[in-house]
Design a protein around this ligand. Structure first.
Ligand SMILES: [Zn+2]
Length: 243
């Protein structure tokens, strides 16, 4: 009798999507969680390309790549670009030498269906998701961060009426011009975005939790603390892989 029993293939299939020789990271979090800030720091720490799917899509359309042309046809008709087109774009990025050590993906997947499609496509290329980084921020904090935002009309100086208010209501400290709230930042718009986020992301969180790749971070902490915590977690993942 062998002392250690090997896990039957399939028995651990849920956890087997983690591929440790690369860092394929997915960034999750509500609007206003500071994902962009963290992404900028992480790509620098680990020399990973940052793929924000919205930017990727716009770039492909602008450059007129074959997939960009396909995507444009849908966009011109006012339709959503189908998942398989987006996933092929992501896979193309992954195949590029820049992504040999992994990548940081933001904006995709947004729901379980997309996550499954992405997982399948990555598996086909012998790749998998190393970790999904969730920056957790409570709804009330998101509402304060976004709907509290005010911009000065003249130079775009940014304030927040809750956390960084101007000396005088609705007046820019620096140039005296009027402060305005962007339409997208209005509280009801933010709450609507949050409800869509929760509806789609809650199952997605569970999906990655089941696969043992979800890492949660407290987005109420300062950006530097969040960054330190994420960096340490990823460094540990890498270390475990080398052992
Ligand atoms: Zn100003």
């Amino acid at each position: 009798m062998p002392r250690f029993q090997r896990l039957e293939h399939g028995a651990d299939s849920k956890s087997s999507i983690a591929v440790m020789s690369e860092l394929n990271l997915i960034l999750l979090g509500p609007p206003g969680a500071g994902k962009g800030t963290q992404a900028a720091r992480l790509t620098e720490d680990f020399h990973l390309p940052y793929i924000a799917t919205g930017d990727m899509l716009r770039g492909a359309v602008k450059d007129g790549t074959p997939l960009g042309k396909q995507a444009k046809e849908y966009m011109d008709r006012g339709d959503l670009v189908p998942d398989d087109v987006i996933i092929r774009m992501i896979l193309d990025c992954m195949e590029s030498p820049d992504c040999a050590d992994g990548l940081l993906l933001d904006g995709y997947p947004r729901n379980v269906e997309q996550a499954e499609a992405l997982e399948k496509a990555m598996k086909g290329k012998g790749r998998g998701v190393t970790a999904t980084i969730l920056i957790d921020v409570p709804d009330e904090e998101v509402v304060k961060r976004i709907s509290g935002r005010r911009l000065c009309q003249k130079s775009g100086h940014v304030y927040n009426v809750f956390s960084d208010p101007p000396k005088h209501d609705d007046v820019c400290d620096q140039d005296g011009s009027r402060l305005v709230q962007r339409e997208d930042d209005a509280e009801d718009v933010v709450r609507k975005r949050l409800s869509v986020y929760h509806e789609q992301t809650a199952p997605l969180i569970e999906y990655y939790e089941d696969r043992g790749v979800l890492k949660r971070f407290d987005g109420l902490r300062s950006p530097t603390e969040v960054h330190d915590h994420i960096r340490a977690t990823i460094a540990t993942l890498r270390l475990e892989d080398e052992l």
